[in-house]
Design a protein around this ligand. Sequence first.
Ligand code: ZN
Length: 117
Amino acid sequence: MILDKITCQNCKHEEKLEKVNYRKDSKIFLANLYLRQKNSEQEIYTFICFSCNHLTNCTPGLEYLETYKYDCTDNFVNYFDIYGYKNQFENLKKHVDNYNSTGQFDHVVEKFKDIKK
Ligand SMILES: [Zn+2]
């Protein structure tokens, strides 16, 4: 199976993986926020879908795990509690700010601003 697409597990929005974080029309942003499950050594990535404002945890091989809304307060007990929150929305936002020194993620920053609290 060739992994060339990433799919939001809530609204099924699909993006080409190639340059998914860099394309200005992309509605998905994917990052490694260094989450770890308690029973696995596997790296867990997190992505947000700006079409429906849901986040999804997944493996690097795109096995999809938890999907939750950006303001979800659920605790995922199968994860190490690195940041104190299981909801990675704020961390993802910070991650984008941290890696945006050259303005390459300005379009992502704008999409975060569009999400109404
Ligand atoms: Zn979606």
